[in-house]
Design a protein around this ligand. Sequence first.
Ligand SMILES: C[S@@+](CC[C@H](N)C(=O)[O-])C[C@H]1O[C@@H](n2cnc3c(N)ncnc32)[C@H](O)[C@@H]1O
Length: 227
Amino acid sequence: MKAEFWLQRWQQNQIGFHQREVNTNLQEFWGSMELPRGSLVFVPMCGKSRDLLWLREQDFSVLGVEISQIAVQSFHAENRLYPKIAPRGGFECWDSDRLRILRGDVFALKAEDVTNVAGVYDRASLIALPPNMRADYTGHLLAILPTTAKILLVTLEYLQEEMQGPPFSVREEEVRGLYGDRYEIKRLSDKDVLNANPRFRDQGLTHLRGKVYYLRYRRQLTPPNRT
Ligand SMILES: C[S@@+](CC[C@H](N)C(=O)[O-])C[C@H]1O[C@@H](n2cnc3c(N)ncnc32)[C@H](O)[C@@H]1O
């Protein structure tokens, strides 16, 4: 899914992924991250999600990245936010109180943009990407994120042959393949979510599972003392 695809989706208002309400997984599982209040949460490919506001209400600072100008503008207009807007590196930076949205390409983020990130919330980001982009995406995140950052990852699993993505089915084996070398991965939830997603059932899905994972960087193994 190239940027052009998403820009067009926003232009045509084809944003079925957008949730009017705060994501229930976020509300249920964010506490498992045990992040100190006040710390910085990174939300890649954030759209105009209300989850950004919920995180801020929980006393976190929030950093979102989103490529679509329409999404970023709508987010601020709909939530009556009046940000300062300024260029920052290759991004346009929209700054409100404890909430920064960088408009631009997540793949252009640098380590210096995410230096203080303590937690990452990925809902409909990894699963928005086709198979051939996912390793680049996670590889990029792993390359720039501080090793102290924990990740809350929300995925969907279904029979890929029953529906074209996005959202794509990203199976647990793949999550473990993408992150498992460097992160401990704990599955927090695995639910049948077909009935809660009638638009996917209408497209022919017979099974749909929603999974939530908590990822934490593996401690470096201390090399044995050589004598
Ligand atoms: C499926 S939507 C999910 C949005 C949000 N996470 C949510 O839960 O509503 C994926 C979003 O990623 C954005 N996007 C796609 N490619 C991107 C990229 N390379 N850099 C930044 N944002 C991107 C799209 O514009 C879209 O808003």
